[in-house]
Ligand binder design. Sequence first.
Ligand SMILES: Cc1cc2nc3c(=O)[nH]c(=O)nc-3n(C[C@H](O)[C@H](O)[C@H](O)COP(=O)(O)OP(=O)(O)OC[C@H]3O[C@@H](n4cnc5c(N)ncnc54)[C@H](O)[C@@H]3O)c2cc1C
Length: 424
Amino acid sequence: MASEEHTGSYYAATRNDVTTYPELEGDHDTDVCIIGGGFTGVACALTMAERGHRVIIIEQHRISWGASGRNGGQLIAGLGGSKHLAKQLGWEKINELNYRGNDIIKERVKKYDIDCDLKSGYMEVAFKKSQMEYLKEDYQDHVDQGLGAHLTMLDRDAVREALGTDAYVGGMINNLNGHLHPLNLCAGEARAAVGLGTRIFEQSEVTGIEHGAVAKVKTTKGSVSAKQVLIAGNAYHKLEPGKLSGLVFPAGSFIIATEPLSENLVEKINPKDVAVCDLNNVLDYYRLSADKRMLYGGRCNYSGKVPKSIKDNMLPRMLEIYPELEGSKIEYEWGGNIGIVIKRTPLIGRVADNVFYSMGYSGHGVAPTHIAAEVIADAMGGNTEVLEAYEKIKHWRIPGSQWMGNQIIALGMLYFRALDLSPL
Ligand SMILES: Cc1cc2nc3c(=O)[nH]c(=O)nc-3n(C[C@H](O)[C@H](O)[C@H](O)COP(=O)(O)OP(=O)(O)OC[C@H]3O[C@@H](n4cnc5c(N)ncnc54)[C@H](O)[C@@H]3O)c2cc1C
């Protein structure tokens, strides 16, 4: 696949770092070679560089070209698959890891002075009683962990007051979560890693890995010999098909961005400036950008195809919640691939003793990628406790082509969408 520049997103148009890195040519060697320059790869590179290792990142397109530079920017705690992991690690460890991604991001933004519009405030909203029950349980869970002060439960009136819409029966604000400009965060972390000696090569597709005590990562014009390797290509790579095919399926998620909204509108629809996510299985998510555009996203398709018009797909969804945005100009529309895993638990493990992988965050990855990156960095340093817990989770592999896998997942999602539409 030919190398591409960033997609036409609001984020690419407002990025504050336009640094580009050279193509990989010739043979290089390093301690750690990372394939893929999204959050998983860049966050792990930065951790390994902080720990004194020589690191090389190889990215097929540009740093943060994939989901990491295109997402909703919602910073939401969690590591994915907690229930499966808790069987091995216990709930105390899970609770300890739960906010680790948020903490890493907050620490890095401060330490490396990364300008990425980071704000606290995230609201989950419910359409029906069963979703409110879930929120109440989550609230209680936080109270039990001594985190209750950061959360507020909201009834219908309080949500109407906070979001200016009558669409929801209630919600919950979590101020430990929040939102940010993902492309600026990822580019900022990459810059920090480079400051610690990491070398980055862009527009360089990795075509294969030659395994051995020192692994050789190959591109068309060069190679990197490394003691340890991380495959961080998420929904965009096809490496190591023998071990990794049929496990992660690319699904599209799409976002539209309006023109900047008037102060009056902002005051009416989101005066607290929180990121919002509904609790449907096929969910919508939205927030205001730093310059007060509505960024409205959602509606995955499971065909892996980009719809003819993202705007035509997304606009009715946004207007259903906010009819007053009718007439606001849509200035950006874009989409990206999330990596769906049937068990909704990231796929983290090893294809060889010194070749790691981490992918399949199933649509929720800003914080989880940072947790996973630290899990991998720890494992590279010899602490494999959490990595091994992930490795023990049995994943369902869908045999046959990726097309077939996506059809099966699409059927499954039809079922979950039907559940969303049930009134209870
Ligand atoms: C539209 C959208 C909205 C989302 N919203 C949210 C949200 O609000 N909150 C949230 O938590 N999560 C969200 N997500 C999910 C989140 O963005 C992802 O889980 C996360 O960014 C995954 O990061 P990653 O580094 O693993 O993968 P990616 O960011 O996809 O990066 C993978 C990189 O690997 C590179 N690559 C692939 N193959 C090769 C190769 N052979 N050689 C070299 N490089 C290669 C790709 O070019 C790409 O840059 C969203 C995703 C999308 C698409």
